[in-house]
Design a protein around this ligand. Structure first.
Ligand code: COA
Ligand code: ZN
Length: 266
């Protein structure tokens, strides 16, 4: 059990607690008759993941720790929001505001939005994925009262999208990478018209679960197309990852929300 601890030097009390817990888990497993995989983190022995900057490092290694601190500070620096005079505030809240940046905005605004998008791409595991059409891209930033960018949503114009299917007989759609088997959804092959695609959506780890993503999508729906409030049938999510899928299901109040940007309509 000691091996499951993320830090090598845990007091024995904690160790026995862990073993009690796993005993309980095994019992639970027997009772329900279900199979249960207990992921005790064996693959990343001694590794911890930083909830803020996302870096995985070995807490016991001074070099790793130093590298983490460096990365951590650079990451937070990139999310610092200085602001500018003519910022386009599309929503204001008790805990922050949403700023919209358009492609023809002043260079410094566009540069900031691009920098944040790069940080987000890095977090989402996108490797140098360029935007499909930067001239039609709208970037929404959620800025906290402490002047930190804690949310980012990249929206783009789309013409069609596909409904996620929940039926058991649905055909899985081929992924960006054939080796990636964890795509957790299947979708219809029938396109349907849609207006706005959520190309990326991200919220800073420590600020998740506070409705920031929800408020950003609300802002997109009311500002993406001048003069109309888009329904959840007019917005689609780009190739959602597990968190994004759970969020979209909750937000759209259906597991059959719209997706795009994964197959032929790339
Ligand atoms: N699991 C289950 N439910 C979730 C969820 C999750 N991971 N994320 C959001 N929800 C639900 C919330 O419970 C909430 O429901 P409620 O309104 O009934 O309380 C609703 O969705 C809105 O959540 P919200 O607080 O606005 O979401 P968030 O600010 O925590 O941001 C993500 C959600 C997905 C943007 C955030 O988790 C994230 O950045 N994840 C990593 C990046 C990522 O995977 N992005 C998606 C790429 S496709
Ligand atoms: Zn960190």
């Amino acid at each position: 059990d000691e091996l499951t601890s993320p830090f090598g030097s845990n007091p024995p009390a904690k160790t026995s607690h862990t073993s009690q817990k796993s005993k309980k888990a095994k019992e639970l497993c027997k009772h329900s008759g279900d199979q249960m995989i207990i992921d005790a983190g064996q693959k990343h022995f001694g590794a911890v993941v930083c909830n803020s900057c996302g870096m995985i490092y070995t807490a016991a290694s001074p070099e790793d720790e130093a590298q983490h601190i460096q990365h951590h500070e650079r990451f937070l620096e990139g999310l610092r929001y200085v602001g500018w005079k003519k910022e386009r505030v599309v929503a204001e809240f008790w805990d922050g505001k949403i700023v919209l940046i358009l492609p023809n905005d002043p260079k410094y605004a566009v540069k900031k939005a691009e920098d944040v998008r790069e940080i987000v791409d890095n977090e989402l595991g996108f490797k140098q994925v360029s935007l499909r059409c930067p001239a039609k891209t709208k970037i929404y930033l959620f800025v906290s009262n402490e002047k930190m960018i804690v949310g980012c949503l990249v929206a783009e114009s789309i013409k069609q999208a596909f409904r996620v299917l929940s039926e058991p007989g649905a055909v899985p759609s081929p992924g960006r990478d054939a080796l990636q088997h964890h795509r957790a959804w299947c979708c219809s092959t029938e396109p349907q018209p849609a207006v706005c695609g959520v190309s990326r959506i991200w919220v800073f780890g420590p600020r998740r679960g506070k409705g920031i993503a929800r408020r950003m999508v609300d802002a997109v729906r009311s500002t993406f197309m001048y003069g109309c409030y888009l329904s959840t049938d007019e917005i689609a999510f780009s190739d959602p990852m597990p968190d994004g899928k759970l969020f979209a299901t909750k937000y759209c109040q259906t597991p059959n929300f719209l997706v795009y940007n994964f197959l032929y309509n790339n």
